[in-house]
Design a protein. Structure first.
Length: 726
C-alpha cells in the first residue's frame, strides 16, 4: 500500500494487481486541472510537462480529458532534464513557442520544481512575465525553489495538491524521539546522523551531540511533511484489513494468527484491504476507490500577491470525487486585478454567424455571416429558409411570411367591386326595362330571347369580380377557371348568333325570296346554347386534367402570395381561347354585315361592340400576362376583373343603349310600321335587299321606325366614340 506513488500507470490492475495506494492517481489530478480550465471558460490551452514517466503519463491523461471536453491544445512541449550548455536555449525556445500562441494564455504545467524553476527563469529572460496564467501540478506548486526570485512570473498560478490534513499529536510524538528512546526503528539513527551531521558512538568520528544536548525541534530546521496523513492511512489500512481478515477466518476470541490465516495467500488479504473503511487519524473517512486508488480529494491553492511585493499561497477551493468548488472572488491573477484572462483561439461568433474552422484546428475559426435569407442550423452550417419563410432577427429560425392575397376591402378590390356593382345595377335596370316593355316593338324587334341571354352573360361577367377578389381556395379557383371563360362564351355566342342570322338572311336574299332555315327564336336559342356548351366541354376537360389549386407564389424571396395556380402559369389562357375565337368570328361577321341597309342599325352596333372589344383585349392580354409573373398580384387580378367588366360594359352600352334611348326618351318611335316603306329606305339597289329586309322584319315579328339616316349616322358615331372611351 503506497502513500506517495501517484502515477496513473499504477492503476492498471492487469500489471499491478496487488498495488494499492492511499493517495489519488495523477489521472484524478489531471481531471481536477481540466475542471479548473472549464471553470475559467478556457477552450485553448498549452501543456508543458516534464520528460519523465510522471510527466509523460500525466500529459497523456490531460490530452485525453481535454479532447473529451472539446478543449484544444495550442502548444505541447516537454521540459528536458538534460544538463548542459543548451539547456537555457531549450527553455527559451519553449517560451518563444508559447508567445507565438498568445491567445492560449492558459498553460498547464505538469512537472517537478527543478524544471519549472528553469521555465520561470526563461519567462523572465524573454520578457514574457504576465502573459500567461499557470495551472500547476502538485510536483512544483508551493515549492520555494520555483517561486523564490520568480514571484512575478508565478503570480496568479492555480495549483492542485492532494488534500491532506495534519495528524493530531504526531509532531509532539516525533519531536520527543531520540536514538535511545526509539531503538525499535532501525532507520531513526540514520535520520538522526543526517539531520545533525554527526555519527553515532559506534562510528569512528562523532563531531558533536554525543550527549544529546540538542534535540530535533522547530527551531533547528524541523519541517513536518504535509502529507503524513497518507502514511498513517496506509498503516491503518493494513491494520483494519488484518483485523477484518482475522475476524472472518479465526474463531471468536482467538488470539494471534490462526491456522486459516497462515494458509491464506496474498489474494485473500488483498480482498480485505480493498474493502476496508475507517476513520483516519485526521478524523476523515477513508476507503479505497474501485481501482485501488485513494479518494480523489484535492486542495486548490493560488499564488496571490496580497500587497505590493507580498506573495503567498492561499486555498481557494477543493476538488472532491469529480466535483470542483472554486471561489473565484478570492482569485487575483495580478495585483488589484480580478479579471479572469481569456484563453480561447477565437472569440465567440455573434448571432447569425457561422464558424469556418481553420484547417487542422477545431478551436480556431473565422466568423462568417449567414446570407440574408439563411439561418444557422449548427455552428458550422447555414441553410436557406424555404420559400415563404424569412430568418428571424437572430438568424436562428425561419418564420413564415404573412400571406398576401387579393382582399375585397383593399383599394384594388374596392375599385373593381365598385365598377362591377355599377355594371350590375345598369344591367338589372336594362333587364327591368326589357321585361316591362317586353311586348313593345323595340324589344320584340331586337330578338328579345337572345337579348335576355346576352344580358344574363353580361351579368355573369360583372359577377366574376366577386369571385376574383376573394381569398383563394381550391373551390374558388375552380369557380374562376369555369366562370371567366363561360361568361364570355355566353355573351359572344349570343352576339355571334345575332350576326350570323343577319348575315344569312341577307345572303339568302341575294339568291331567292325563300326564307333561310334556323332563324326562328327557338333555333337561335339552340344555336347559342350549343356554342356555349363547347366552352363547358373545354372547362370540364381542363378541370379533369388540371384540377384547380390554391398555391403559394413567391415572385421574390420576401413575398408570399396566395393565388390560384392558373393565374401565374398562363392557365387562364385556356379559358380565354374559345371566347377569343368567338370574338374573332363575331368581328368578321360584323365586317361582312357592315353594308346592310341603314334601317337595320343592329349590325352597326354589333360592329362597334366587336371593334371596341378587340381593342380592349389587345390591351388586356399583354398587361395580364406581364403582371401575372410580378409580385403585384392585386394589379393582376384587378386587370382581369376590370377587363371582364369593361368588355361587358362595352357590350351593354353599344347594343342596349340605343334601344333604351328609344324606349325611355322617344316612346313615340316605339310603334308598328309597314314592313318596307319606300321613303325610309330610299332607293333599294335591287330586289335582293328588299327580299332580305322583308325576311328580317318577318322573323323579328315587327320593325321599328328608325330615325332619319342623318340622325342614325350621328348617333352611331357618338356611340362608337363613347365605347372607345370606355
Amino acid at each position: 500500500v503506497s502513500f506517495f506513488s501517484t502515477s496513473s500507470e499504477l492503476s492498471n490492475k492487469q500489471r499491478f494487481e496487488y498495488f494499492l495506494r492511499t493517495v489519488p492517481s495523477d489521472k484524478s489530478q489531471a481531471s481536477a486541472m481540466v475542471e479548473i480550465v472549464k471553470k475559467l471558460n478556457w477552450t485553448y490551452v498549452s501543456i508543458i510537462y516534464e520528460e519523465s514517466i510522471y510527466g509523460i503519463r500525466a500529459f497523456n491523461d490531460l490530452e485525453e480529458l481535454l479532447d473529451q471536453n472539446d478543449i484544444c491544445i495550442a502548444i505541447k512541449e516537454r521540459l528536458t532534464k538534460d544538463s548542459g550548455i543548451g539547456l537555457e536555449s531549450a527553455y527559451d525556445n519553449i517560451v518563444k513557442k508559447l508567445v507565438s500562441k498568445q491567445n492560449a494564455r492558459g498553460v498547464i504545467v505538469f512537472g517537478s520544481d527543478q524544471e519549472v524553476a528553469l521555465l520561470m527563469k526563461a519567462i523572465k529572460r524573454n520578457n514574457a512575465t504576465g502573459l500567461f496564467t499557470w495551472i500547476g501540478s502538485d510536483g512544483w506548486s508551493a515549492r520555494s525553489l520555483v517561486f523564490a526570485g520568480n514571484e512575478l512570473q508565478v503570480e496568479g498560478t492555480l495549483s492542485v495538491q492532494p488534500a491532506a490534513n495534519p495528524v493530531p499529536g504526531f509532531d509532539d510524538y516525533f519531536l520527543s524521539l531520540t536514538p535511545k528512546t526509539n531503538w525499535r526503528n532501525p532507520w531513526f539513527i540514520e535520520y538522526w546522523e543526517h539531520y545533525f551531521k554527526c555519527k553515532w558512538p559506534d562510528s569512528t568520528v562523532t563531531p558533536y551531540n554525543l550527549n544529546y544536548a540538542t534535540y530535533v525541534s522547530m527551531h533547528n530546521g524541523y519541517e513536518p511533511e504535509g502529507q503524513l496523513q497518507f502514511v498513517s492511512d496506509a498503516v491503518l489500512a493494513f491494520a483494519y484489513g488484518l483485523r477484518d481478515m482475522h475476524n472472518k477466518l479465526c474463531p471468536n476470541g482467538y488470539r494471534g494468527v490462526c491456522p486459516a490465516m497462515k494458509d491464506s495467500d496474498g489474494s485473500v488479504l488483498l480482498n480485505y484491504l480493498r474493502d476496508v473503511s475507517f476513520q483516519g487519524l485526521d478524523n476523515h473517512e477513508f476507503h479505497f476507490a474501485t481501482d485501488g486508488d485513494g479518494p480523489a480529494r484535492y486542495r486548490i491553492i493560488h499564488y496571490k500577491q496580497l500587497s505590493e511585493g507580498q506573495f503567498d499561497w492561499i486555498k481557494v477551493g477543493e476538488y472532491k470525487d469529480g466535483n470542483l468548488e472554486l471561489n473565484l472572488s478570492e482569485v487575483q491573477f495580478h495585483l488589484s486585478e480580478a479579471i479572469i484572462p481569456t484563453s480561447v483561439c477565437s472569440q465567440p461568433c455573434e448571432r447569425g454567424q457561422v464558424k469556418a474552422y481553420l484547417e487542422g484546428e477545431k478551436c480556431c475559426f473565422h466568423c462568417l455571416n449567414c446570407t440574408r435569407y439563411q439561418v444557422l442550423i449548427s455552428e458550422t452550417q447555414c441553410i436557406d429558409c424555404p420559400d415563404g419563410y424569412l430568418p428571424d432577427t437572430e438568424k436562428m429560425n425561419c418564420e413564415p411570411i404573412p400571406e398576401e392575397y387579393m382582399r375585397p376591402d383593399s383599394v384594388w378590390g374596392i375599385s373593381a367591386l365598385l365598377f362591377s356593382w355599377t355594371g350590375i345595377f345598369v344591367t338589372l335596370f336594362v333587364m327591368f326595362v326589357f321585361i316591362k316593355y317586353n311586348d313593345t316593338p323595340v324589344v320584340r324587334a331586337s330578338g328579345r330571347e337572345l337579348c335576355f341571354v346576352l344580358l344574363a352573360g353580361i351579368l355573369m361577367c360583372y359577377a366574376m369580380t366577386f369571385i376574383l377578389v376573394q381569398k383563394p381556395s381550391d373551390y374558388l379557383c375552380g369557380a374562376q377557371k369555369a366562370g371567366i371563360g363561360f361568361c364570355f362564351s355566353v355573351v359572344y355566342s349570343a352576339i355571334l348568333t345575332k350576326t350570323n342570322r343577319i348575315s344569312r338572311i341577307f345572303k339568302a336574299g341575294k339568291q331567292s325570296a325563300r326564307r333561310p332555315s334556323f332563324i326562328s327564336p327557338k333555333s337561335q336559342l339552340l344555336i347559342c346554347g350549343g356554342l356555349s356548351m363547347i366552352q363547358i366541354f373545354i372547362v370540364v376537360v381542363w378541370l379533369a386534367f388540371s384540377p384547380p389549386k390554391a398555391i403559394h407564389f413567391y415572385p421574390t424571396r420576401e413575398d408570399n402570395h396566395l393565388v390560384c395556380e392558373a393565374s401565374i402559369n398562363a392557365g387562364y389562357f385556356v379559358a380565354f381561347l374559345y371566347p377569343i375565337f368567338l370574338i374573332v368570328v363575331c368581328t368578321v361577321y360584323a365586317v361582312l354585315t357592315r353594308k346592310i341597309p341603314e334601317a337595320f342599325n343592329e349590325s352597326k352596333y354589333i360592329g362597334f361592340t366587336m371593334y371596341t372589344t378587340c381593342i380592349i383585349w389587345l390591351a388586356f392580354v399583354p398587361i395580364y400576362f406581364t403582371s401575372s409573373q410580378s409580385n403585384h398580384i392585386a394589379l393582376n387580378l384587378t386587370t382581369m376583373s376590370v377587363s371582364i367588366s369593361l368588355s361587358a360594359t362595352v357590350t351593354l352600352l353599344c347594343l342596349f343603349t340605343p334601344k333604351i334611348y328609344i324606349i325611355i326618351l322617344h316612346p313615340e318611335k316605339n310603334v308598328r310600321q309597314s314592313m318596307m316603306p319606300h321613303n325610309k329606305y330610299g332607293t333599294l339597289k335591287n330586289n335582293t335587299q328588299m327580299t332580305a329586309t322583308a325576311t328580317l322584319a318577318t322573323t323579328s315579328s315587327i320593325r321599328v321606325e328608325s330615325a332619319t339616316q342623318s340622325d342614325g349616322t350621328i348617333f352611331s358615331i357618338l356611340l362608337y366614340v363613347m365605347c372607345l372611351v370606355m
